[in-house]
Write a protein of this length. Structure first.
Length: 85
């Protein structure tokens, strides 16, 4: 999966971002508890973030007044079946 932000969404900013849990795509990883914080990168226009789509991630609340558009694409082998939720 690749994310390419179309507006700046810095870590901790009003537009929010996407939170990731490194290592969560590996077998044996236990789901984080409510208090476990993930990692939220800075999303800046012109950058791209490439990650394994099996990585646990979530969109954070947009507390701003602007939209948070993002271009994204997902590639997978033909045999891969996504089990989401």
């Amino acid at each position: 999966t690749v994310f390419a932000p179309l507006v700046d969404a810095p870590r901790g900013g009003a537009l929010g971002g996407t939170e990731f849990w490194p290592g969560s795509h590996r077998p044996g990883y236990e789901e984080p508890g409510e208090m476990d914080e993930g990692f939220t990168p800075d999303f800046m226009t012109g950058s791209a973030l490439l990650f394994d789509s099996r990585l646990l991630h979530r969109g954070l609340q947009n507390r701003g007044t602007e939209r948070r558009p993002m271009l994204y694409a997902i590639w997978a082998q033909p045999w891969y079946e996504d089990v989401n939720f």
